[in-house]
Write a protein that binds this ligand. Sequence first.
Ligand code: UDP
Length: 238
Amino acid sequence: MMKYKRVLLKISGESLCEPGGFGIDDAQTREIAEMIAKVCKTGAQVAIVVGGGNLLRGKTFSKDSYIPRATADYMGMLATVMNATALREGLAISGQPARVLSAIEVPAINERFVRRNCISYLEQNSVTILAGGTGNPFFSTDTCAALRAAEIDADVIIKATKVDGVFTDDPVTNPSAELIPKITYQDILHKDLKVIDHAAISICRENNIPIRVINIFKENNISDVLAGKDIGTLISNQ
Ligand code: UDP
């Protein structure tokens, strides 16, 4: 029995390349796609919001550049369209039908995001990859994940990261940092923990959408969350 049926999976652009690397790595993207295809076989409905940080982040890119922030953000949104396209091909190879629905219209490659279409594809067991972020500069794909989760009535957001969940400090630089198994939205905001951006947390709090922060590189983590196992960190109202 599954605890969660419809999941919004947020994966960062960096999940598609070597840690700290740049671009879209073939093997890495195939691995992620294969993992997602397996999750779908359990009957879960999976909508994915993919980031673009492996290619371009607007804020960093526009710093010390002649390109203004808003323009750089649009470039970042286009980066997510490229990632989404690569992921769709990876899913196809794994035998999992997937559609890219984009908030930024690029009609030659994919269709635009329409809520009803997204839900209907999910009900037909097609993965939906939601590209182009929110379609607005000055937002992040985390915020997009929260908005879309609310919009499509997702049961849970899974935020896939490189580490095991939310820690008391950065586990990469501080080996004595401890995993926090459970935390409230309020505490994330209050302690200014940088795991997911604050606009996203506010939307989830308002709409009571639980967030699970997990390590994407551990086999079965996603299916285990959907089965109701206590993996990583749960961010919720309690
Ligand atoms: N972006 C944006 N509006 C959105 C979502 C994303 O302007 O609604 C831009 C922004 O420049 C961001 C980039 O797209 O830096 C890539 O997204 P993000 O940084 O969230 O990717 P991730 O860190 O998850 O790979």
